[in-house]
Write a protein of this length. Structure first.
Length: 247
């Protein structure tokens, strides 16, 4: 039996590469609506959108009542989710899945499997990685790499290529998928921590967790994970993907 969990999707308008991204149209539906409709197909007992933008709030209300208005002063999605979890009174031992608001095609089984793996482990945080399929993508600083231990614990995350293939041998590189699982009590502890030195260098919030001794276990997902939406090109690819799927 799957332990109950809640999905919270943080959403904001500010985006340097794709302005007003959550409201971007993808074949007749906004990006945030497609992410929400994807998430409610999972085994989550409830799915919420957390935002600081009245425009997003009103838009989500057009298709769901499960949207929470949060402070505009949050510096990360994790902080926004923590405030939302207080508003909806999530209990300390309940599992929260932090699903990024730019993943309209995230596989449903990935969400469910992450919950199962996390709830059956002793780690503080659960996340997902997949093997890079395109060698060129490994060099892309927007694709976050992760080095894993033998027990699939995250050792480090980086925008650089890790591990460095100094010996020129066959090497598997893992891409980090921006989805997290944690207990409400752990989330409360995470948001109380100040930004860490490695986090500020790499611009990767998950390094704050590692620098402060939190364990992160990775689910290795071996099936295809369509790319998220970061650029105008990604948006067009998503539109094409949906159109081709309905031919």
């Amino acid at each position: 039996m799957t332990d109950p969990y809640v999905v919270i999707i943080p959403s904001r308008l500010a985006s340097t590469r794709l302005p007003r991204k959550p409201l971007a149209d993808i074949a007749g539906k906004s990006l945030i609506q497609r992410v929400y409709e994807r998430a409610i197909q999972s085994k989550a007992r409830k799915v919420y959108v957390a935002t600081d933008e009245k425009e997003i709030f009103n838009h989500v209300r057009s298709f769901s009542d499960d949207v929470i208005m949060t402070s505009e002063n949050h510096i990360s999605g994790t902080d926004r989710i923590q405030e939302a979890s207080n508003v909806i009174n999530i209990q300390p031992n309940e599992t929260i899945i932090n699903l990024q608001g730019d993943e309209p095609f995230v596989p449903i089984d990935l969400i469910n499997n992450l919950s199962n793996v996390f709830n059956n482990s002793s780690c503080d945080v659960g996340t997902v990685v997949s093997k890079f399929g395109d060698a060129d993508e490994v060099d892309n600083p927007n694709s976050v790499k992760v080095a894993l231990s033998n027990s699939n614990k995250a050792l480090y995350f980086s925008r650089s290529v890790i591990p460095d293939n100094f010996t020129k041998t066959d090497q598997i590189f893992y891409r980090h998928i921006g989805i997290y699982a944690y207990k409400k009590s752990t989330l409360d502890r995470l948001v109380s921590l100040p930004p860490s030195s490695l986090e500020l260098l790499e611009k990767l919030e998950q390094l704050r967790f590692i620098e402060n001794g939190f364990t992160i276990e990775a689910l290795i997902y071996n099936s295809l994970i369509p790319s998220g939406i970061d650029t105008q090109e990604d948006l067009q690819s998503a539109v094409d993907f949906i159109k081709n799927a309905h031919k």
